[in-house]
Design a protein around this ligand. Structure first.
Ligand SMILES: *Cc1c(COP(=O)(O)O)cnc(C)c1O
Length: 224
């Protein structure tokens, strides 16, 4: 292997304060890269395609915790439901219902995050703040006994202006506080704020991230 995964992983880790967990985003990278990070003690990885995750889950150590971070089609939930540790990008009640259904089939509770759409880009998935408010106010999610909403996930706009990125993360944090007070005051598991990628995670951490999703800074550029 010609890429120094271990060295980059150590650098990223040493830049994270206590209380911020690293999700190593391994999509499009081969098993040997993941194994190098694993040998350094990394156990939490993120993937965004069901097929790729399936192959990796079947061939890599069983104690890896997998977060699904991509857009998940409802008809794919059944494939990851037996083993996925968290589904980070839930942006509809329909998807929540399907996750609940598959979690029941597997006799487990699946942790999820609600994905916010705050960034400028129109193409990104996620719930606009009012749509997220509406979903929570509607209350049906309370009946889904086998999904546990553990917090929020978001991506900032892909721009160079650090102040815009900071403003967006702040908006995410305000929404988190609002929802926690309104719906999750007695739910200590509602504690995760998944924001920050390779190019913006230092800002995300300053703005209260608890999970950073970092790929390129650890594994190098992806070859698609
Ligand atoms: C690919 C991806 C990341 C990681 O991006 P990098 O820029 O490689 O750190 C984080 N979050 C999501 C949702 C992604 O799809």
């Amino acid at each position: 292997m010609d890429y120094d995964v271990k060295g980059h992983l150590r650098q990223v880790r040493s830049s994270l304060p206590d209380g911020v967990r690293l999700v190593a985003i391994s999509k499009y990278h081969p098993n040997e890269y993941i194994e190098a990070a694993y040998a350094e003690g990394q156990r939490l990885f993120g993937e965004s395609h069901e097929q790729e995750l399936r192959t990796k889950h079947a061939t890599l150590p069983a104690d890896i915790e997998w977060h699904f971070i991509g857009h998940l089609q409802t008809n794919k939930v059944k494939y990851i439901a037996p083993y996925v540790s968290m589904i980070e990008a839930v942006d509809s009640l329909k998807l929540l219902r399907e996750i609940d259904k598959q979690a029941i089939r597997n006799e487990r509770v699946i942790d999820v995050l609600l994905e916010l759409h705050i960034a400028d880009e129109e193409t990104k998935y996620g719930l606009a703040p009012d749509a997220c408010r509406q979903l929570l106010a509607d209350g049906e999610w309370r009946q889904l006994s086998h999904v546990r909403i553990c917090g929020l996930m978001m991506m900032a706009s892909n721009v160079d202006d650090p102040e815009q990125i900071r403003r967006e993360f702040r908006t995410g944090r305000q929404l988190f506080d609002e929802f926690r007070a309104a719906y999750f005051a007695d739910a200590p598991w509602f504690c995760e704020r998944s924001w920050g990628m390779s190019h913006d995670y230092p800002i995300a951490v300053e703005e209260g991230s608890t999970l950073v999703r970092i790929g390129t800074a650890i594994f190098g550029p992806r070859v698609y």
